[in-house]
Design a protein around this ligand. Sequence first.
Ligand SMILES: Nc1nc2c(ncn2[C@@H]2O[C@H](COP(=O)(O)OP(=O)(O)OP(=O)(O)O)[C@@H](O)[C@H]2O)c(=O)[nH]1
Ligand SMILES: [Zn+2]
Length: 201
Amino acid sequence: MRTPAPPAPRQAPAHAPEPDLAAAERAVADLLRALRLDTEAPGLVGTPGRVARAYAELLTPQEFAFTTFPNDEGYDELVVVSDIPFRSLCEHHLLPFVGTAHVGYLPGERVVGLSKLARAVEALASRPQVQERLTCQVADLLEEALAPRGVGVVLEADHSCMSLRGARAVGARTRTSALRGLVRSDARTRAEFFDLTGRTR
Ligand SMILES: Nc1nc2c(ncn2[C@@H]2O[C@H](COP(=O)(O)OP(=O)(O)OP(=O)(O)O)[C@@H](O)[C@H]2O)c(=O)[nH]1
Ligand SMILES: [Zn+2]
């Protein structure tokens, strides 16, 4: 059964307020001093400003239109974009986790511009995250904006908070998935999704 078409196009995700770079720079300088680093040393003079701008860039999602089109061809097989590179910051340590996303859906009344799947991952990754939530949020966005018959999202990432410090589990890879609709409930569609992502599950 076909689901009703949602309004389109749609802005995603919600716009965040501008970062206060001057305040962030002062705070980074305080942090460096608290860690007993010499903020007057020649190499560190510009560092608080750079760190502030770098975190602002990593934590500011780019707005975009999640442009959808009527599925005039009645295309009813999976659409999968795999190996979308992404970077995010783990909300516990604000250290990067970096990996690839595989995003697919089974169209209903509408299809989406392919680049929007990559933009959705990028935008939702540009906030403090845990991998599980990021995976679910990408699936939620597709469900909400497209009303598809199924959605599949797989993320694979290396968490630097686990590899560069702490457990120092270098090379450990975390895989998460969010499956919805027929991609979850229909064995053939589910197997085909994992086949198209190059993963077995
Ligand atoms: N589930 C989940 N955990 C994450 C993610 N990113 C980081 N973490 C974990 O968050 C946890 C925070 O644990 P805490 O014990 O509060 O922090 P910690 O003392 O720095 O822990 P260690 O990393 O074990 O040294 C760690 O186990 C991290 O590996 C994520 O995306 N998902
Ligand atoms: Zn972490």
